[in-house]
Write a protein that binds this ligand. Structure first.
Ligand code: TXA
Ligand code: MG
Length: 341
């Protein structure tokens, strides 16, 4: 059903401040993706985030801050490693998961004892948060769907029902790297992003603060779900660079065998498999990441499936963050038969 548009136009900074202060949601620009923000002090507004996104309550929200005092007020521990990391990487696309303080409601953390904290670099986000105080904000898309990197993506996703502060195209284009601070010397990667773990390790080593990366039980990091970011049209990743005919034959045999839902995310399957749309990503990992989500939104509705031909070399190092999003957005991945060749 088409709803009457409540916010056909984007809003001003002043309106964004007022809406947030009055307990409403506002979609805000960040350098990674647009966020659907609410004040951390308003429980009703926080509940609205989950309702509007159709997000299950088990998936916690990241809290966005504009200065270190705000960040420290949200955490009950702040080991030295946090000073070193924030000095180097904040403001920027790095989220730190730390034991939460009492000002953080369990609605934000989905009952976990930790909270994700990030200081965005986007000047509009910084200015707004310095006036409103910390804002909880997941990406401004329906649960499991493609993240928005332009104001128009958010308007389309929520049928103009949510006010959007337009901050232009998101420069990074994929969500922040999330690391959990287990202790002053032990970190755990929960979600890869532009900032790579090698970069973090080296930076801390140079500051005479060596750290160890540890693995944690997946159940404690809900962000590590298998499927997410899925476009309307099924996305196929093909490592074997099959010709169109062979790819169609393969997909006709494979797709019907897939489950219809995994971890509460619906797996998008095509009705027919005849019209293919090719997505070409830039050869630079930065530009490819910046444009990936908008490319997913540009798949013509006339196409049955979208295909990305990919290479194993582009799954590691600077490609890791993008590859994480690609594999979760994909309905099906055709891996090479002989990965060593
Ligand atoms: O770049 C970003 O991080 C964007 C922008 C808007 O800041 N935000 C974002 O939020 O990607 P969201 O909600 O779409 O993804 C945040 C992920 C979720 O998958 C959630 O499970 C995980 O962070 N997360 C949040 N708090 C956590 C916690 N305390 N422990 C483990 N994972 C947590
Ligand atoms: Mg998200």
């Amino acid at each position: 059903m088409i709803k009457k548009p409540l916010f056909a136009e984007t809003i001003t900074k002043e309106e964004a401040f007022l809406f947030l202060s009055q307990g409403n949601l506002v979609a805000i620009p960040t350098e990674t993706v647009y966020g659907l923000a609410a004040s951390i002090t308003n429980e009703e507004a926080l509940k609205k985030i989950f309702q509007v996104k159709k997000r299950p309550f088990f998936d916690p929200l990241i809290v966005h801050v504009s200065n270190l005092d705000q960040a420290k007020s949200c955490a009950s521990q702040w080991p030295l490693v946090c000073d070193l990391l924030t000095k180097e990487f904040w403001p920027g696309p790095l989220t730190l998961v730390l034991p939460k303080s009492s000002i953080i409601s369990s609605l934000i953390t989905s009952g976990l004892s930790t909270v994700g904290l990030r200081m965005p670099r986007h000047p509009l986000a910084q200015e707004l948060i310095s006036r409103t105080g910390p804002l909880a904000a997941p990406s401004a898309n329906l649960f499991g769907k493609t993240s928005p990197t332009q104001a128009i993506h958010v308007q389309y996703e929520f049928q103009n029902q949510i006010p959007v502060l337009d901050g232009g195209n998101c420069h990074i284009g994929i969500e922040s790297t999330i690391i959990e601070i287990i202790s002053d010397s032990e970190l755990c990667l929960l979600r890869p992003g532009k900032i790579q773990i090698e970069e973090i390790t080296q930076n801390l080593f140079k500051k005479n603060h060596p750290i160890k990366w540890v693995n944690k039980e997946k159940a404690l990091s809900p962000g590590s779900m298998k499927h997410h970011y899925m476009p309307q049209t099924p996305l196929i990743i093909d490592f074997e660079h099959l010709n169109q005919e062979d790819l169609i034959i393969l997909l006709k045999s494979k797709l019907p065998l897939l489950p219809s839902e995994i971890e509460e995310v619906q797996i998008i399957k095509p009705k027919n498999i005849s019209t293919l749309h090719s997505i070409l990503l830039d050869s630079s990992p930065e530009i490819a990441a910046r444009t990936f989500y908008s490319q997913l939104r540009l798949i013509p509705t006339s196409s049955d499936i979208a295909v990305i031909k990919w290479d194993l070399l582009k799954t590691k190092g600077p490609w890791e963050g993008l590859w994480d999003r690609m594999k979760k957005a994909a309905t099906y991945i055709h891996f090479p038969k002989n990965p060593s060749s």
